[in-house]
Design a protein around this ligand. Structure first.
Ligand code: ATP
Ligand code: MG
Length: 358
């Protein structure tokens, strides 16, 4: 499915704007702070229900207004052709073809989107926890079964932490640990499987950039082996009661990517880390294509920074050659040099006003 147009009303720094889009590549040029990311955020909210930039939905309402509205219109060969989101101080309303929308997962499937931005790389390089969380969000996007397992596991961990903080009752903790043993093993095994697939595809992408590139996955996890998980759960019980936190299980898995023999996010240069991040995102796109039988819409916020010319050209060409609709932002015109296709629409964004320039 493609997005034909997007209309914004009092959304971030946009007061009123309607943008007619190309079914292929849409390039948004603008200086810092003029509204490029806000536009991608608006598309994301329509499909995913919430912003990736803020947990407070009222933050997207223009400072001098009390409500905001986003409307996207899509091609007509599917059942969905208009999605509207109305946001007020304490409410968010979704309308699909003017009816209240209940089935968000169906919408996510029909209008799947993949976001490539600086934050993805930043999360990968911070530490094991944000890395695991951001990779889990990719896998949840690809696999409903993984997403369900993750949710069940998180609920069980919450329950255990509650007991560890309150009664510390061993019988209840034993009971929860039996459940955790299965859930944790199953979740980490599925995580490991998806990550192997993702790494495998990312490795192939990196080899197109340079044939000698190699990318391997390294997972440190007690949960992959039921016996070692069981003994870790037992030996940590006292420590867990003291800290009031569950210290063993899938939520402690440590994921690393080994680029040409070294840990990419520990020792890699900025350009190398960005290349691995980009290759992992391309994997997500290709796997979503396999699962949904259709490419997702690709949102790229600032593809250029940290890349040398060779890497920039490679990734830019790779992304734009995928047969899908892309929204790409850039804060300088150098990207125009490699836009040779007729399928490009180029927009200029100045102070929350987006105009097509070619
Ligand atoms: N609720 C809001 N109401 C009005 N303006 C807002 C609101 N939230 C953010 N802004 C402003 O909107 C402007 C556009 O922000 P946005 O992040 O879209 O810029 P950008 O073009 O992506 O910039 P950069 O190139 O620096 O990433 C910024 O000046 C920001 O401070
Ligand atoms: Mg931005």
């Amino acid at each position: 499915m493609k997005i034909n147009s997007i209309s914004l009303k009092n959304f971030r720094n946009y007061s009123q704007s309607k943008i007619e889009l190309s079914p292929r590549i849409n390039l948004f040029l603008g200086n810092n702070g003029h509204g490029k990311t806000s536009l991608l955020e608006a598309v994301w909210i329509c499909v995913n229900g919430r912003s990736y930039r803020t947990a407070k939905s009222k933050n997207v309402i223009n400072f001098s207004n009390k409500s905001a509205e986003i409307e996207i219109r899509t091609t007509n060969n599917d059942s969905i052709n208009e999605i509207k989101v109305q946001i007020t101080e304490n409410k968010k309303k979704f309308l699909v073809n003017d009816k209240k929308n209940k089935n968000r997962s169906e919408l996510k499937k029909i209008l799947a989107t993949v976001l490539i931005d600086r934050e993805f790389k930043e999360n990968l390089e911070k530490s094991f926890r944000p890395r695991r969380l951001i990779l889990d969000s990719i896998m949840s996007n690809i696999s409903l079964s993984f997403s369900k397992k993750l949710q069940l596991y998180s609920e069980e961990i919450k329950r255990k932490n509650e007991i560890l903080r309150t009664s510390k009752n061993d019988d209840i903790l034993d009971f929860i640990d039996v459940r955790l043993l299965n859930l944790s093993h199953s979740l980490s095994s599925e995580r490991s499987l998806w990550l192997s697939r993702i790494t495998n595809i990312a490795g192939k992408v990196l080899r197109k950039l340079a044939p000698k590139n190699s990318l391997d996955l390294n997972i440190k996890s007690d949960s992959l082996d039921s016996e070692s998980l069981n003994s870790a759960l037992k030996s940590n019980r006292i420590k867990e009661k003291i800290t009031g936190k569950c210290l063993v299980g899938s939520h402690k898995d440590q994921i690393s990517f080994i680029l040409n023999g070294f840990d990419a996010f520990e020792f890699g240069s900025e350009g190398e880390k960005k290349s691995v991040s980009m290759a992992l995102k391309i994997s997500e796109i290709l796997l979503l294509k396999k699962v949904n039988n259709d490419f997702p819409i690709i949102l790229v916020d600032e593809i250029g920074s940290e890349f040398d010319q060779k890497r920039f050209n490679f990734f830019y060409t790779f992304i734009t050659s995928l047969e899908t609709q892309c929204f790409i932002t850039a804060n300088n015109k150098s990207v125009l040099d490699i836009n040779k296709s007729k399928d490009f629409s180029i927009f200029s964004i100045i102070n929350g006003d987006c105009k097509k320039i070619s």
